[in-house]
Structure formats: C-alpha cells, structure tokens
Design a protein around this ligand. Structure first.
Ligand code: FES
Length: 111
C-alpha cells in the first residue's frame, strides 16, 4: 500500500492505494474534477495530466521516450517538461508511499 497525495492550491487530498493500481485510479476514487480521465486510462486523451512534486520526479518510473504519453502531454496547456505526467501511466508501488502530485486545471469540465 502507498499513500498518495494530490495538492490543489492550499488543499491536499490523500488516499491509500494498493501496489499495482495506477495514480489515475486514486484520482477517480477521490472524484477530483481536475482528472476527468476521459479515455478511462487508455492513454488516448491526456485528461489525466498531473504535475509530479519535484521531490518525487526522480523516484518514480520515468516516462519512456517518444511515447503517446509525451505526445499527449505536449498538447496540454500547463505542460511542464520537468513535472508533467499522465496519471494513467504511473503504476503505484509500495515504495511510492508519500507520492505527491499537483492538480492542474487544464481539463476541468466547464458548463
Ligand atoms: S486517462 Fe486518458 S490519457 Fe490517461
């Protein structure tokens, strides 16, 4: 199990997740509007974009080069080459306990 934290300005949301699940699953459970995850984790939409806390960037599995993940991230308004990841592409490990991500507002559904 690993405790995952999502930060939104001054608010922090936390949830414990089993190893093998993905960060996007944590966002679903918390019903975070910043992560609509429209393609349901199939790496086709980019709407599960998050920023990884700088302290964690080098501790999680890196993004592979020339992937669909990078293609989709580059289309995101708040793309940050150092911090951006698709949460559906981060598989949780027990050693990710404390993993902290910041929510971005690019994909909040507007009425
Ligand atoms: S949920 Fe669509 S790319 Fe991650």
């Amino acid at each position: 199990m690993a405790k995952i934290f999502f930060k939104r300005c001054e608010e922090t949301f936390e949830i414990e997740m089993p190893e093998g699940t993905k960060v996007v699953h944590a966002a679903y459970k918390l019903k975070l509007p910043e992560v609509p995850a429209n393609c349901r984790g199939k790496c086709q939409c980019g709407t599960c974009h998050v920023h990884v806390d700088p302290e964690w960037v080098d501790k999680i599995e890196p993004m592979e080069v020339d992937t669909m993940e990078l293609f989709l991230l580059k289309r995101q308004k708040s793309y940050n080459p150092e911090l951006s990841r698709l949460s559906c592409q981060i598989r949780i490990k027990d050693e990710y306990d404390g993993l902290t991500l910041s929510l971005v507002e690019d994909n909040i559904p507007r009425n």
